[in-house]
Design a protein around this ligand. Structure first.
Ligand code: ADP
Length: 507
């Protein structure tokens, strides 16, 4: 019995091996060969051994049964292996479907599809959800969908798709903004793969859409911060450069008048040694004038430096009161006559009103006007003209200081109001400066909520136009201010002397 079981199991194993190797085609071939041999040879072989026709009939019946059994077995193997194959494929399909569904369900991506021939675009529901559109609110025509793309990116997107479809680029991966229902533009990323026909022409594209708005917004904010930091850094570098230049310049500005004063002191001490008889009073007067001018120059420099510092640290306060601006400017103009005459200039004052009361700080207006006029004198050659003009325009009072001087080059105009900036220095031999004046003027005008403009042409002249808003302090506000009338007295003349101390006339 054991012998048979062993034999049978060996036979079964061989059968399983053969069955595994068999496929439908092999089975049909074997079946055909075996069947043909069986039909052709079996009767002939049997007739050799058997002569009894009755037995032959009996054996033919068994032979028939055997043939049917073999056919059934082969058919069984065929059907069984086919069913197993189908089940295996079904299982694999189900698994891959499940995997695919799992991926789709667990990602924010959606699948998009574009039928190029029909010009139809299948927009995934995830994208519609991001953009807050209902299905019927969004067009499925590719041409119309492009209307939702941000105007800055639509051409780039079309161009990149065109290049991908023509095979110029290997990958289709784009990031662009799309308009949502609330008219807000949101960043998405699309990836895609072309579907081609038999001859290789693209007939569609299929791919994924991802919401990348948060990442892009962070990127945009980071780029903005980086650019801002770069700008700040270059500003700091530029400021540092200016500061170094300024220190060099200001050291020279301090040294020059000090040297003059020192030379005078040295000359005077020589006189002292030589005794009273050699003293020439005219010469002494000239020396003293020189010392005074250079002391004023030092004083101007120090005053300006202190004021710039006060303005920068926010400690510069205006003492506002209602004043007649026409009178203030007129008196300042009168106080500079001596300086104008020294340089043989012609100064003309005009105004379309006699009186215009506005709230201002008279001292600061005087300071800024002296600064503008001193620049006009400084940068106008002997024999030139200066015009000071006031125009009352109702809500604004405009004061213009115009000269026929050397002018300012166009590219230098934007920097003349910057702290420590000086231009034209090589052109002006008879004047000195620290480059603080116009920064102070602009700061003072802006503290009055006013504006300053400059019009200039090299070789023709320069015009500075200051506009003050016409506002008045209430009576109550005025009561709290100590009463005073603005007059340019000796003190005012001295102020002009200080302001004009850096003008040297070479005749
Ligand atoms: P500075 O003390 O050097 O005069 P400012 O700040 O007053 O400094 O002026 C800055 C620069 O503007 C000057 O160096 C000069 O080149 C130019 N500028 C100012 N006013 C005039 C003007 N009326 N004509 C020509 N250039 C001028």
């Amino acid at each position: 019995m054991k012998y048979f079981t062993r034999r049978f199991s060996k036979f079964k194993a061989l059968f399983v091996i053969i069955a595994k190797k068999l496929n439908a085609f092999n089975i049909v071939i074997i079946y055909g060969i075996v069947g043909a041999l069986w039909i052709m040879l079996s009767d002939k072989v049997l007739s050799i051994f058997m002569s009894d026709p009755a037995k032959m009939v009996q054996i033919s019946i068994y032979k028939g049964w055997f043939f049917v059994a073999c056919t059934s077995l082969l058919l069984y193997i065929l059907i069984d292996s086919s069913i197993k194959e189908i089940n295996k494929s079904k299982n694999e399909l189900r698994l891959s479907e499940e995997r695919y569904r799992m991926v789709i369900n667990n990602t924010t991506d959606g699948l998009w599809e574009w039928d190029i021939i029909e010009d139809k675009i299948n927009i995934p529901s995830s994208l519609k959800k991001i953009l807050s559109y209902e299905d019927e609110e969004i067009s499925h025509k590719a041409a119309e969908f492009s209307d939702l793309i941000h105007p800055d990116e639509v051409i780039i997107v079309k161009e990149k798709i065109k290049r991908y479809l023509s095979g110029e680029t290997p990958k289709l991966e784009l990031e662009f903004r799309v308009k949502s229902k609330s008219l807000e533009y949101l960043w998405i990323q699309i990836r895609g793969q072309a579907i081609k026909d038999k001859v290789g022409n693209p007939v569609g594209v299929i791919g994924t859409v991802t919401d990348v708005n948060e990442r892009k917004m962070t990127e945009v904010a980071l780029t903005k911060t980086m650019k801002e930091n770069e700008r700040l850094l270059s500003e700091v570098i530029e400021y540092d450069k200016l500061r170094t230049e300024f220190i060099t310049n200001i050291s020279h500005e301090f040294r020059t008048p000090l040297n003059v004063i020192l030379s005078v002191v040295q000359v005077l001490s020589i006189y002292e040694k030589k005794g009273n008889s050699t003293v020439d009073l005219n010469k002494i007067n000239k020396y003293m004038k020189n010392v005074k001018q250079n002391c004023y120059r030092l004083l101007k420099l120090i005053n300006n430096l202190i004021d710039v510092n006060r303005i920068d640290s926010g400690f510069f306060q205006l003492q506002m009161s209602n004043e007649n601006i026409v009178e203030i400017v007129k008196q300042i103009t009168n106080s500079v006559n001596d300086f104008v005459n020294i340089k043989q200039l012609k100064l003309t004052f005009s105004s379309n009103v006699k009186e215009k009361i506005i709230a201002c700080d008279a001292d600061k207006v005087e300071r800024l006007m002296l600064n503008l006029i001193s620049n006009s004198i400084k940068y106008t050659k002997l024999g030139g003209e200066i015009f000071i003009d006031i125009v009352d325009m109702g809500g604004v009072v405009k004061i213009s200081v115009k000269d026929t001087g050397i002018g300012i080059e166009k590219d230098k105009i934007p920097i003349i109001f910057d702290r420590f900036r000086q231009v034209n220095t090589s052109l002006v031999k008879d004047s000195e400066g620290s480059g603080i004046g116009l920064y102070l003027v602009k700061s003072l005008v802006e503290m009055h909520n006013g504006e300053i403009k400059v019009i200039s042409e090299p070789g023709v002249g320069t015009e500075f136009i200051v506009s003050f808003p016409v506002v008045l302090l209430s009576e109550k506000e005025m009561e709290s201010i100590p009463r005073r009338t603005f007059t340019v007295n000796n003190d005012g003349v001295e102020k002009a002397e200080i302001e004009f101390s850096d003008i040297y006339v070479t005749q």
